[in-house]
Design a protein around this ligand. Sequence first.
Ligand code: F6R
Length: 610
Amino acid sequence: MCGIVGYIGNNRAVPYLLEGLEKLEYRGYDSAGIATVENGRLRILKTKGRVSRLEALIASERQSPARIGIGHTRWATHGKPSDCNAHPHESQNGLFCVVHNGVIENYHALKQTLQAQGVTFRSETDTEVIAHLLEQNYDGDFVSTVRKTTAMLEGAYALCILCRDFPDRIVCTRWGSPLVLGKSEEGCFIASDVSALLRHTNDIFYLDGNETVLVTAQGMTFFDKTGAPVQKQSRHLNLDVSAAQKDGYDHFMLKEIMEQPKAVGDTIRSRITKNGEIAFEDFHLTDDEARALQRITVVACGSAYHAGAVGKYVMEKLARLPVEIDIASEFRYRDPVLDAHTLVILISQSGETADTLAALRLANEQGAKTLCIVNVVSSSIANEGGSVIYTHAGPEIAVATTKAYAAQVSVFYLLAGYLAQKRGLLTGDAFRSYVRDLLALPDLIGKTLNDCRAQMEALSQMFIPLEHAYFIGRNLDYACAMEASLKLKEISYIHSEAYAAGELKHGTISLIEKGTLVVALCACSAVFPKTLSNIKEVKARGARVLAVATDAENAALSEVDYKVILPNVNALFSVSLEVLPMQLLGYYTAKNRGCDIDKPRNLAKSVTVE
Ligand code: F6R
């Protein structure tokens, strides 16, 4: 969603701000802007549209002597995408300007009060109230003014603020939306996402909720929530800058699809000990605790929810625990029944998804054990969870997730094996064989990608003119069908739906007619004969069927129109191979339809509003 950058140092600020905004483009946005301090004046330039449009607008500004500035990419929530709603926003008399990520929930009441006092608003945004409040609360001390102002705000915010009276400093603070900082010989850098800092430093300072930081060209001074100065350690990230570059691929999405053997390998291998046991850095249960568990509830949004659906099947099968799964935006408002014997697992790539974060807080409040599966280190969800298991997928830039989903699914294989062993249900040779199959998975993923990439590019041709597509499957294949369908629709804008194959004849089959394209996922051997019957039913009504199955079922698929054959694999891990041709199908279909693959319309990488 929205992105924040800031720079203060010895060099010209504008090129750094633009470079940072370009790095954040993947998050999804509809307008962009920057502000600098120059000759004692705040100078704001902003526009609706892409960063390239902002660059064209401010071409001459590259030579601006300003050594300090802040920038923003906005994803509209309050007020349409427009020049005047774009950030930065300025206070009434131009003393302060601010960029903001998040949503101010009490903005309406604050705005009414300010208007009654004669303040004129120039935008429809919630953010503008912050600029005016800063000016009203101004006491000559930049940091204390910011603290007074944030004390009046309800909601979520990451703020980066300039003040005309202090042309040599930036003040930042956050609550509920992330903000990171870094320092190099060039100066100090601020961003809402580490990918905008990696070119300058790998040593990252994570601002905690309610902390404030005063940033100058020389360094940063942090203040805790009481306003007392606090020492902060940076965290060294072993990421190289190429993680945020396309490395010769046309799109980040394709690069990230091809990185899945590494993402899954890094996620699994680091959890298998020398003795062949499964162990996590931050999540431990004794055998008794594992046996005392009565229920698991998995909560997430979008693809992370689909990864949870895989987790449900695998954990129930192996660990024999009831697993329920819910969409975070539903869970948080349904008054769920939780207790200390319930393990609530929250899944999030970004670690900032507003509904998932709220669900986590609810589960914590109700005394459940919480475990978060997160990709972004030190994100809000990672920090607030009872325990965290990081997916080691590396930065994911494309809006449509691929490698983070693959890594989330792998964590569930690990967790299922871990819980099953602790509960005495998977031991001895059976456990060792499970771990062996798990360790073999990254190579099988690599092989599948190499084997099916060209075929999926060719098969995507028949999807290009489609208006509708259907994905069917049972059991684990159904979990995969949901993800396959989302991958196609979100980037190619073809309407697609996923159905549990057995459910089709309870209504949806009436939509099947001559030529309808049905993708049948049938890698799950336990239910293959059942799915085959459903394939026959849609074929009998004129559908064209593309089936995805393992080699073991190849011979039985003589009647389908097209088929993708996967290597044989431990049946519990089949989704990890089956999803690969589906990701490639979505990618090539969108590419051939001329869609903006890495930044699909209306979507944002990190959904920080509910
Ligand atoms: C789809 C996709 C989204 C995310 C969802 C949750 O490709 O990426 O559906 O999975 O918005 O995001 P996180 O995992 O960051 O909580």
